[in-house]
Design a protein around this ligand. Structure first.
Ligand code: NI
Length: 390
């Protein structure tokens, strides 16, 4: 079963929506015009209910099928990134320093396309909640919607997400059961020593040396303490200390990121980070501090929903073009919060461009409009497959 014919018919309109959104990017929780555009389209399509202002700019559309039945949620993200676009496309961002560099414009357009078709046909038994979330890029819009009662106001049994994937060619889908994207946490380490003259180091206690030792010591967290068959990353991404050539500063600060899949690994690294900082501080005769800030949890797909989404994707592009056991990605994804609360599947939709460096978050990135009908058809077929009429 190829893409839905009716959706192919309005491909040109979906392209127009996508390029309009692309030209007018809005950052996290500022998606005011984007949300207005989404809500207006949903009303035009005749969906049963449109709820706005959830987590500031989130929108939920409700479509009831021809028969009663269970409910599922389909989620798209709407926010852009603080990047100066260099795609050179005619529809490039009109807003300096802001850009749809992760394809959320495409995700929004695809879910709108699905909404239009589902509202026209309603060939399913149950309810579909179309979730347009704000602030996926680091500001936890999904969590904010959950905190504002997303699942209580719109009780859904399962929830599904989709993201474009430049490393896969158009016409391919990929997903995996279990952890698919990593948990992303950040840390700040401080060493407080005693400043002194750079020529007389014995008169102080040098936090720069402690910081250097700490960076080295942290390497054991992954290399020696994490199961080689598990995955983790610990990266120190910033070291700051001192302002002069001849002054030993009294303080050094390190920033970094931790990526993990397993909760036990995440807990262990957080605990051991603290122990290493205290151990290094003691060895270098200073005080050490650690602030560990948990970000997005790992994105963990449930096996049954992954099988269902793979079958639906296979019905569109052929089973040979679906990789249901794709390797996980060390990036993080806000949809993880929804998957903590409901079973579901987050899939990757190939769109190409990766081999030329047009990857997500790059200033030359652009969503590939060719795949709009494919993503929208996936949503429609998923609904019809999961909520069959009797
Ligand atoms: Ni994204």
């Amino acid at each position: 079963m190829p893409i839905v014919n009716r959706i192919a018919e309005f491909h040109a309109e979906m392209i127009a929506w996508r390029r309009h959104l692309h030209a007018h990017p809005e950052l996290a929780y500022e998606e005011v015009e984007t949300a207005r555009f989404v809500a207006q389209k949903l009303k035009e399509f005749g969906v049963d209910e449109v709820h706005e202002g959830i987590a500031r700019t989130g929108v939920v559309g409700v479509i009831r099928g021809q028969q009663p039945g269970p409910a599922i949620g389909l989620r798209a993200d709407m926010d852009a990134l603080p990047i100066q676009e260099r795609s050179g496309k005619p529809w490039a961002s009109k807003v300096p320093g802001k850009m749809h560099a992760c394809g959320h414009d495409g995700h929004t357009a695809m879910l709108l396309g699905a909404a239009r078709h589902l509202a026209e046909t309603r060939a399913f038994a149950g309810t579909v909640y179309l979730i347009f979330q704000p602030a996926e890029e680091g500001f936890a819009g999904a969590r904010a919607m959950l905190e504002e009662g997303l699942l209580e106001r719109f009780p859904m049994e399962r929830v599904f997400g989709l993201h474009n994937w430049p490393d896969l060619p158009p016409g391919r889908f990929a997903m995996r059961a279990g952890p698919a994207m990593a948990a992303a946490d950040r840390f700040t380490i401080t060493f407080e020593g005693a400043g002194c003259h750079g020529a007389m180091p014995h008169q102080g206690r040098d936090p720069v040396v402690a910081a250097a030792a700490c960076v080295q010591a942290l390497q054991i967290l992954v290399a020696r303490e994490t199961d080689p068959l598990d995955q983790a990353v610990v990266s120190v991404t910033r070291i700051a200390a001192g302002d002069a050539y001849n002054v030993i500063p009294d303080r050094a600060e390190l920033w970094g990121t931790v990526r993990t899949y397993r909760g036990t690994t995440r807990d262990a690294i957080e605990r051991r980070l603290g122990e290493i900082v205290q151990g290094v501080a003691a060895a270098y005769r200073m005080t050490g501090g650690l602030a560990f800030e948990r970000g997005y949890p790992a994105t963990v797909n449930s096996p049954e929903e992954v099988s269902l989404s793979a079958a639906v994707a296979g019905s569109l592009v052929g089973a040979a073009n679906v990789d249901a056991d794709h390797p996980p990605c060390m990036g993080a994804e806000d949809f993880a919060f929804m998957l903590e609360r409901r079973p579901g599947s987050y899939v990757w939709l190939g769109q190409g461009g990766g081999e030329e460096g047009r990857v997500c978050h790059s200033p030359t990135y652009d969503f590939n409009d060719e795949v709009l009908p494919l993503g929208a058809s996936y949503w429609v077929r998923l609904v019809e497959h999961l909520l069959p009429r009797r």
